[in-house]
Design a protein around this ligand. Structure first.
Ligand code: LLP
Length: 417
């Protein structure tokens, strides 16, 4: 069971902060994402405290959860944003993030997106290849601007995590090989519309062992020294995101302080501003996905199924990465059963839990799928004609709707007959 200060049972009823989840499910319907605003604030505070001793700038990686109210919660605390597309940039701006606090990443930026980011005046673009540098130079020249860029390097460090979310390995598409860097640095003399201001990396996501960061940071620092010998004086070193969270109480995430302890002494002597891009760390455990048990059924082999009204369209992580999410009955039961919790989608991979011991809840009751703040709503889809759920943010005993449930009309609004 993954109880926290923000999701906890009071009198056998699961609450978010001071509100009963069963009451929220009744009020807003299901499926429903419920986010604890206090959890967002506390995670950001914990991150900032851990890295306090280091001159740094935290840019929330909005891909994890780009609801405008989530972005704005962080922006109001002074946090910047890491965006990965023109769409995410638009969202960050709509949420009120100042352009000079936005950094623009992405292995395949289109010229239109580059032009958009330069015209609004983002802090930097993170470039991933020589070809991209040429394009940014051209677009900046056409706009009469000088673009600030950082180079994303591929440190060739294979962090132990799910293979789909490791990004710092030379097999992957991300970043520029360290071996190419001398050539890339020299190339800047031919790029009059670019100003190189930093080096960047991101080695993957949900990384439990700080040693991977240490290994990659050593490489980043060596390249930083190389940049100095080649006449650059960079202002930023960007370490990326990837800091872990606990999804499964049997696998507790390494505390953020352990990463800070290793990284601060390594990075401090560089005398630059260090950028961090946490996504999951700030949001994953701030939300749950509430879903209703539609049917319970048992097959000929005696296997139990809880068929619920949310599925892989609202949380694809178990299907895509075999990831574990705790599932808890919103009303506590003293009895448990071993069951599969499955959704209504016509795919066998549409499950939240398999052969899991869960509360013996009845049809019509609600379950909470835990740790759904990161890479859940943002990866939702309309597959099977599904409507994207509503999203609610809770603070104390107040709940506010931060995204309306999609309607049938919205489902077809862009189609022409
Ligand atoms: N910076 C860059 C350049 C990234 O590509 C990412 C995540 C982050 C920062 C934030 O990483 P985080 O702190 O959230 O680990 N959908 C997958 C995760 C994909 C991560 C993609 N990049 C999942 O559900 O596990």
């Amino acid at each position: 069971m993954l109880e926290s200060n923000y999701f906890h049972y009071i009198n056998k009823s699961l609450h978010c902060d001071k509100l009963e989840l069963a009451e929220l499910a009744g009020r807003y319907g299901t499926p429903l994402y419920v986010t604890s605003e206090r959890s967002l604030l506390e995670s950001y505070k914990a991150f900032e405290q851990a890295f306090e001793a280091l001159p740094h700038f935290t840019c929330y990686s909005v891909k994890a959860n780009y609801n405008l109210s989530v972005i704005s919660t962080f922006a109001q605390l002074g946090c910047g944003c890491d965006v990965n597309s023109g769409g995410e940039l638009y969202r960050a701006l709509q949420a009120g993030v100042a352009p000079e606090k936005i950094i623009f990443a992405g292995v395949g930026k289109k010229s239109e997106e580059i032009a958009y980011s330069l015209s609004v005046g983002v802090l930097m673009l993170k470039a991933e290849s020589l070809s991209e540098l040429r394009v940014i130079n051209k677009v900046a020249g056409d706009l009469g601007k000088v673009a600030s860029v950082a180079l994303r390097i591929n440190p060739n460090v294979t962090a132990e995590t799910h293979p789909y979310i490791t990004t710092g390995d030379s097999k992957e598409k991300f970043g520029i090989d360290e071996a190419e860097l001398t050539e890339v640095f020299s190339f800047f003399s031919q790029l009059p519309n670019l100003r190189l201001i930093g080096l960047d990396m991101h080695i993957g996501s949900q990384i439990f062992d700080p040693e991977y960061y240490v290994a990659a940071t050593e490489k980043l620092l060596a390249l930083f020294n190389l940049s100095k010998t080649m006449g650059f004086s960079l202002e930023f070193l960007d370490i990326g995101g990837g800091f872990p969270v606990t999804y499964d109480p049997r696998k507790i995430a390494t505390p953020i302080e352990c990463f800070a302890e290793k990284l601060i002494p390594m990075l401090q002597p560089a005398g630059v501003t260090v950028i961090f891009e946490p996504g999951r760390y700030l949001v994953a455990n701030a939300s749950v996905l509430l879903t209703k048990i539609l049917y319970k059924k048992r097959n000929h082999a005696g296997k139990e199924f809880f068929v619920v009204d949310a599925g892989m369209t609202e949380l694809i992580r178990p299907a895509l990465y075999q990831s574990h999410h705790e599932v808890q009955a919103v009303t506590w039961h003293d009895d448990t059963v071993v069951a599969d919790v499955v959704g209504p989608i016509c795919e066998s991979s549409d499950f939240f839990a398999r052969q899991r011991e869960i509360d013996a809840a009845d049809e019509g009751e609600f379950l909470a799928v835990m740790s759904c703040g990161a890479y859940a709503a943002v990866m939702s889809s309309n597959y099977n004609g599904r409507l994207r759920p509503a999203e609610v943010m809770v603070n104390g005993s107040e709940a506010k709707l931060v995204r309306k449930r999609e309607t049938l009309e919205q489902l077809v609004q862009n189609e022409l007959l």
